[in-house]
Design a protein around this ligand. Sequence first.
Ligand code: COA
Length: 176
Amino acid sequence: MNIFYSLTAIFFKLFNPQLLVSRGARIDPRAFIARGGPVSIGEGSIVRAGTMLLPSGGNIDIGSKSSLNQYVVINGMGGVSIGNNVMIAAFCSIFAASHSIDRTDIPMQQQGMVSKGGVVIEDDVWLGTHSVVLDGVHIGCGSVVAAGAVVNCDVAPFSVIGGVPAKVIGMRRKNA
Ligand SMILES: CC(C)(COP(=O)(O)OP(=O)(O)OC[C@H]1O[C@@H](n2cnc3c(N)ncnc32)[C@H](O)[C@@H]1OP(=O)(O)O)[C@@H](O)C(=O)NCCC(=O)NCCS
């Protein structure tokens, strides 16, 4: 099994020479990692089938023991940092940039991309299925993002947030 995942990592490195895969990380061969920026996947982390890591000129850093379930899409243009023990459920999206919409005299398509500084997801965060994390957001450690949430502002540690746009719907107890 380890040889299988080692070969898979080598296969993905053919597409993106800036890919760093740590010991014990597992990338499903049905995932996709594009070229165009550094991508690192920490020790023991898992990238499941259908997930797309698209650096788009930025970096995507994933810590150790984190899991990206099926069909997660990450655009790393402004930089995406994901901590340790982070759980990202199926169909989540993280976008670290957006289209510029300032001008009305030319199509938005021609206005280029802008970033507010990328996305940081600290350790031990759980992103529920179909949640969307937008550019410029910092999610504090131990937080839970409810299914279907659109996160467009910073999240304090140990918060439970949900809705569109996401608001605090609870706090996790700080105990032993
Ligand atoms: C966030 C979550 C963990 C909360 O679960 P819970 O503690 O059992 O919460 P409850 O169902 O008791 O709901 C608590 C409150 O949050 C609200 N809430 C729960 N889920 C919500 C959601 N997805 N969006 C918005 N509000 C939500 C409830 O309406 C309730 O509000 P109220 O107190 O005003 O009635 C859960 O709703 C969730 O989204 N889980 C993600 C599941 C998932 O993605 N699984 C994939 C496996 S990796």
